[in-house]
Write a protein that binds this ligand. Structure first.
Ligand code: G4P
Length: 528
């Protein structure tokens, strides 16, 4: 074990921000990058908000986007920490991508709009964090606006997201009466001045709530704060570090991202508290980050990041050892050695060739279709990291080819796009059509546009009668064969050849599951 490796691991923080659209994720990201010196201009991240536009706009932005809009990973240094912030697409139609990005983080920050509370997308993303016990810090945003009472918000988080809340800061008023936040653990007060988007806020130490300074600074609201904190003592759970690490408790901060208020406070706590890169499960064993052997897995593929070059970048998370430029690694799925010469690392607005990388870092590997999601690379031992799932699609469309001579290209395109995770593809056992499956409908349009632009395939899609899908299996292969024989008309193979049941509706799915109790119906499938 090298001490350099240990040191580099301990100073790395790899995380993602989860939120419902409009809660303030982009704004918070921007402020974090400002603190990290990765950008020096507010507004620089705004152009990345392609997700919020209408579909047609989105397509245009997608097609036109250059390097500035692309960064799925933002790396910055804050204090002595190397922070990797992984972008999670805000649009719910790309949630599948988001889910997978969350498999590559060690912790997450959840942004909640103080007026709206817990929203649907937050709930879904939280489910994914729960699957992996991802430690979570909560940032309740937009305190400069009238919102719901902080206690009510904490109650709702506990109730809907099934996680205990431990407030680390407490807001004083809200909207027009918002005066700042009191840090319960550092015992200090940060005063809010509307419109003053400064980096250095006035921090006043208040050791005791009886301190007359409070009254002088807050007037009548000092007593409100005292009352709130008294109430809180009985109502809220005290913060426990271990519970946070186990993801059974979330520390909560209040602030206003747009005013850059409460952000640095959260960031300071985040870097000190969030877990460094941890061990990862592979099919054969648990891999610890401080092993000498380099290993990593691909959790995302992004094509056309730079339209001028028609590139395809695989994002690899380093899990153990160190990466050095030009190093030779084993591509285990293909059983081949490859040299990682052109690997790149992503800063907020730039990409650079990477000389070295450490556990927790994300490197981009340019390739022409040889790498797919879930691939593992390592220097010695054959490994396959687990826990990178496909999620059962909820929307389905049949693909119709305008020119039948393009069938080969269509097949190639669909398979590659499925490998990228852009869409899921099913081949029904009966018939010759391809059925696309998606978690969000926008994926269909993007797929069609890409089939046309990148593969020269003019295709359209039409509705198809399916409404749910499950991967099926059974330990008793005879039973599975009987099931397959009896249900050919509703079965398909996915792009990797796994048997899938396509149900007409959720109701039909439940009926089917009761009818075939020995068959396993899975909502997620490990990528092989
Ligand atoms: P998202 O990435 O989660 O979708 O949210 P984003 O940061 O884009 O924020 C959504 C809207 O909320 C934006 O307003 C943004 O300015 C606003 N916002 C973010 N943080 C705060 C805050 O602390 N207080 C208040 N009052 N507003 C906040 P918009 O009008 O949709 O966009 P824009 O015109 O400001 O760009």
């Amino acid at each position: 074990m090298s001490s350099t490796l240990d040191r580099e691991i301990s100073r790395r923080r790899t995380f993602g921000i989860i939120s419902h659209p409009d809660a303030g994720k982009t704004t918070l990201t921007e402020k974090l990058l400002l603190f990290g010196g990765a950008i020096n201009l507010a507004g620089a991240v705004k152009s990345r908000k392609a997700e919020r536009h209408a579909t047609s706009d989105w397509m245009k932005v997608e097609q036109e986007r250059g390097i500035s809009v692309t960064t799925s990973v933002m790396k910055f240094t804050y204090r002595d920490y190397e922070v990797n912030l992984l972008d999670t697409p805000g649009h719910q139609d790309f949630s599948e991508d988001t889910y997978r990005v969350l498999t590559a983080v060690d912790s997450a920050v959840m942004v909640i709009d103080s007026a709206k509370g817990v929203e649907t997308q937050t709930e879904k993303l939280m489910e994914v964090c729960r699957m992996r016990n991802t430690p979570l810090i909560t940032f309740i945003n937009k305190l400069d606006r009238e919102g719901r009472s902080p206690l009510e918000l904490l109650d709702e988080i506990e109730d809907k997201l099934q996680i205990e809340c431990a407030p680390l800061s407490w807001p004083i008023g809200m909207g027009k009466r918002f005066r700042g936040v009191y840090n319960l653990y550092r015992k200090n007060l940060r005063l809010f001045t509307p419109g003053a988007e400064t980096r250095d806020q006035q921090v006043i130490t208040i050791d005791s709530l009886d301190d007359p300074q409070l009254d002088r600074l807050l007037g009548a609201q000092a007593d409100d704060l005292r009352e709130d904190l008294e109430l809180l003592e009985g109502a809220a759970s005290p913060f426990t570090y271990q519970q946070y690490l186990k993801a059974s408790q979330t520390p909560v901060f209040f602030g206003s991202a747009i005013n850059n208020f409460g952000v640095q406070e959260m960031l300071d706590t985040f870097v000190e508290m969030a877990p460094p890169p941890g061990p990862r499960q592979s099919e054969t064993r648990v891999v610890t980050p401080n092993e000498e052997q380099f290993s990593g897995f691909v959790f995302k593929i992004q094509a056309n990041m730079n339209p001028a070059h028609r590139d395809r970048i695989a994002f690899l998370r380093v899990c153990s050892g160190s990466f050095t430029k030009g190093m030779k690694v084993r591509h285990h799925r293909l059983n081949k050695d490859i040299t990682l010469a052109g690997a790149i690392i992503f800063m907020a607005q730039d990409r650079e060739h990477v000389e070295e990388a450490w556990p927790g870092d994300i490197i981009g590997l340019p390739n022409h279709g040889t790498i797919k999601i879930g691939d593992t690379f390592s220097t010695k031992e054959p490994l396959k990291f687990t826990g990178i799932p496909n999620f059962a699609p909820e929307h389905f469309r049949r693909v119709l080819l305008k020119n039948p001579l393009k069938l080969k290209q269509l097949q190639k395109g669909l398979v590659q796009l499925a490998e990228e995770g852009a869409i899921q593809v099913f081949r029904p056992l009966v018939g010759s059509d391809y059925v696309m499956g998606a978690v969000g409908v926008l994926q269909f349009e993007v797929t069609m546009a890409r089939l046309k632009n990148e593969y020269g395939v003019d295709a359209i899609y039409e509705p198809v009668r399916f409404g749910a899908a499950r991967w099926v299996d059974c330990p008793d292969k005879k039973k599975l064969a009987r099931f397959e024989q009896a249900n050919q008309h509703v079965l398909a193979y996915d792009a990797e050849g796994f048997l899938t049941y396509l149900a007409e509706s959720e109701w039909m799915l439940r009926f089917f599951m009761e009818k075939w109790p020995d068959i396993e119906f899975r909502k997620t499938r490990e990528i092989t």
